[in-house]
Design a binder for this molecule. Sequence first.
Ligand code: ZN
Length: 201
Amino acid sequence: MAEFKLEAIKCKNCGSGLMVEVNDFVTYCTNCGSGFEIIDGVLQPIEVNFANAAIRDEGEMVYKPFWILNTHVTILERTSSGGFFKNLFGGNDGSGGDIKFYIPSFYAPVDKLKELAYTFTQKNPVASPQKYNAKLTGYAFGREDAEKIAEFILISFEAEKSDTMKTFRYDIKFNGYEILGVPFYKQSDGRLKDGLLGIII
Ligand SMILES: [Zn+2]
């Protein structure tokens, strides 16, 4: 994207100019590492960190933002038991637990967004996010969109694990919001390959 807002936005912590693309929901200060969610034009602090690439590849590396949603899910009622919750909650009875959802915040084809969210949420590949002096832009989805996508992922996990699901009622509490920059390698065909799990979008 080549379009940028014309008005200058400055970091509330260090005063550096911030780069904001049109319709961005979040901005990150590469000077001091502060992150801000833009809510009705006002900067609200939000934690922004980056993942270290685990895969080496050729091609330019770019960082793409994900929402990290820290949630607590309680299963109120279900008539069949999928494997997803047992996997995520470490083999308990599957009645609920904490789930960290990884929800892409950037534009990509819907099936690719789902694959990324699905696989990253299951594998939870970023144990120790860090501060980098890296550019991070292109936030297409705000936190309310991210919450809806997380619920969609939750339901589709459950539905796809069972042919016989009749009832699935749950309660989800969103306890924390962060942004994670995930490294992607630009492929020669213009697609992107993530540097953690190797998913090509
Ligand atoms: Zn700053």
